[in-house]
Every structure is written in C-alpha cells, then in structure tokens.
Design a protein around this ligand. Structure first.
Ligand SMILES: [Zn+2]
Ligand SMILES: [Zn+2]
Length: 236
C-alpha cells in the first residue's frame, strides 16, 4: 500500500488493486473494493496511515462488477456508510438481479465454477452512473464498455490521471488490452481504449499491475493503434 502521488493511494488487494482518493474537502473516495471480504486492510490503512476515519469515505465507486473488484464492497459500505456507485449497465449484476454472461470457451466453465465458490454478498448501489457523470468530488465517468457492459474509467482532469479498471492492464510495464478470456466484447473493448486515448492525462491506474506515472495518453495511443492493426489483420 503506497501513496502514488499526493492524495492518491494504491491498495494492492488479493487480486485487483483498489485506490483511495483524498478529495479537496478532506473526504475520501474509494475506487474499487477488492477481493478481500472484510476490507480490513483498507480500513486499517485509512486509520493508521492516513489518520482518517472510515466514515470519511463518502463514495465507493466500482469500475465494473467483476468479483475481484466488488467483493469487498458490502463490508466497506457497512463499515463506512459510503454510497456505492457503479455504471447503470453493471448495476444489476452487483445487486444480483442479473447474472453476468459467462465468457465463451473453456474459461466459461471455470468462471461458472468459481462463481459457485466465491459469491459476493449482493450490494444495491445507491448511484447508477452514466457517461459524463461526476462521482466523488473530482472524478468524471467515462463509459468504456467491452470488458463488461458497464465498465467505466474515471478521469481526474485536475490531477491528469485516469483509473481504467480492467479496460487496460499493465503487465511488467507493458500496457495491454483487457484479459481476453474474461472480456465479453473484445472489439468494443478496443474501441473503449481508443476513447481513453482521446483524453489528456499523465498517470494511468489499472485494476491490475503497476501505475503508469507519466506519458499516459501517448502510451494508450500506441496500445490503441497496435490493437487496431491486429484487428485489421484478422479481418477476412
Ligand atoms: Zn474484470
Ligand atoms: Zn480485474
């Protein structure tokens, strides 16, 4: 767990990263809730390292409804009293009203097996987000579907940073698209990477892997054009 830049803290979870944003009014926004069901690590960090109270967390915003990002949401919501926000197209998966379609192929089977063992407690989100909405104090929603229908990125224009969830992953310093076997619509996901490359930022924070601390837009542009080339080549 580390402060990546002033006011932005990364909490590496069991699987996916969570981030705490210190807002100008002193409140906290939690981006993704991690896989750990208790959220104890996050709560301890808020109290000891940040000298804040759990009740300072006012909003929990989820980049999408996959279990490694939302499993901790239920207990974090109870411990903090924060409102939970998710894109309207992923909201019903979080609240348990709908089931996310399993990925195709062999992974689909594994996915279904996992979903039996790792059930998330259902959470009814108070806030259903749309493209362009403001969430927390400083974040703007960018709808970046493909990985899931309601996947979002969160843009902090002032700090020139973007949280991308699983839309882009950082593996060993190399940016990549979302994990193919867990992505519902790969072409839509590539288009979303193009959408991210059109905004102006330095820092990119992914659900998986280390932060990109500078040159974010340029690096995403390069990724986007290499993915477009790849899809051009596979066209008949
Ligand atoms: Zn995911
Ligand atoms: Zn993930």
């Amino acid at each position: 767990m580390v402060e990546i830049l002033p006011g932005i803290h990364q909490i590496d979870g069991v699987n996916a990263n969570s981030y705490l944003v210190l807002e100008n009014d002193g409140s906290l926004t939690l981006v993704d809730a991690g896989m750990a069901p208790g959220g104890k690590k996050i709560l301890d960090y808020i109290k000891t390292t940040m000298s804040k109270q759990p009740s300072d967390v006012k909003t929990i915003v989820l980049t999408h409804s996959h279990i490694d990002h939302v499993r901790g949401a239920f207990s974090m919501k109870n411990a903090t009293g924060a409102k939970v926000a998710i894109h309207e197209q992923d909201a019903d998966y979080l609240s348990g009203k709908k089931k996310l379609p399993p990925p195709k192929g062999g992974m689909g089977f594994i996915f279904r097996m996992l979903s039996v063992f790792f059930r998330s407690p259902v959470v009814e989100p108070e806030i259903r987000l749309k493209d362009g909405d403001r969430v927390g104090k400083s974040l703007t929603v960018l709808h970046t579907p493909g990985h899931t229908p309601g996947s979002i990125s969160l843009y902090d224009q002032e700090r020139k940073l973007v949280f991308v969830g699983d839309a882009i992953t950082n593996r060993g310093g190399k940016l990549q698209g979302p994990p193919g076997q867990f992505t519902l619509d790969l072409l839509q996901a590539y288009a979303s990477i193009g959408k991210i490359s059109a905004i102006d930022f330095e820092v990119l924070l992914s659900g998986h892997g280390d932060p990109v601390k500078s040159g974010g837009t340029q690096k995403v542009r390069e990724l986007s054009s290499s993915l477009n080339k790849k899809t051009e080549m596979t066209k008949p």
